[in-house]
Design a protein around this ligand. Structure first.
Ligand SMILES: Cc1cc2nc3c(=O)[nH]c(=O)nc-3n(C[C@H](O)[C@H](O)[C@H](O)COP(=O)(O)O)c2cc1C
Length: 150
């Protein structure tokens, strides 16, 4: 069964998750978008938080949404303002995940993601969700993530 990890990362935590999943046999698709936050922390939280809140869907750069070869797909997203990061909304919008075994790995500063989990459970009835706290810092927690769909 071919397995794919599609993810977004703004500051590199998602990349640590991707490296680990690669070692477990997942193919990796990192998604880029024309989306920047201010270098100023306050402004970046304001914009990112607001865009997370309103479910913004930024335009993706050269996104390959063909997942025909895969039965299992994990979506990776940072948590912004309690929600999926805007780029992840675009991924969900542009990828036909029906008939796939879908799960999520979310990464956040607090290790929590309640609002995002609520949204995911509405969209995907049986999706498993793993939430990791700052994977760059807590790499040992990332290594505990096994084959989450098995
Ligand atoms: C705009 C913005 C909003 C964020 N909001 C939250 C939040 O509501 N809760 C939380 O726990 N972490 C929040 N974070 C922290 C990130 O979710 C966390 O650092 C995550 O690991 C980043 O993943 P990345 O490095 O792959 O982009 C926020 C970060 C940014 C940039």
């Amino acid at each position: 069964m071919k397995k794919l990890f599609i993810y977004y990362s703004y500051t590199g935590n998602g990349d640590i998750v991707a490296e680990h999943l690669k070692s477990l046999g997942y193919e990796i698709r990192k998604v880029e978008a024309n989306y920047k936050l201010s270098k100023n922390l306050f402004l970046s939280m304001m914009k990112g938080g607001f865009d997370g809140f309103r479910g913004k869907k930024p335009k993706l750069n050269n996104y390959d949404n063909n997942i025909d070869d895969y039965e299992e797909v994990i979506i990776g997203s940072p948590i912004w303002n309690g929600r999926l990061a805007p780029v992840c909304n675009s991924i969900l919008n542009e990828t036909n995940l029906s008939n796939k075994h879908v799960s999520f790995i979310l990464y956040s500063g607090s290790g929590e993601a309640k609002v995002a989990i609520k949204k995911i459970s509405k969209l995907f009835k049986n999706a498993k969700v793993v939430v990791l706290k700052e994977p760059k810092k807590y790499t040992n927690e990332v290594e505990k993530v096994g084959l989450i769909n098995e």
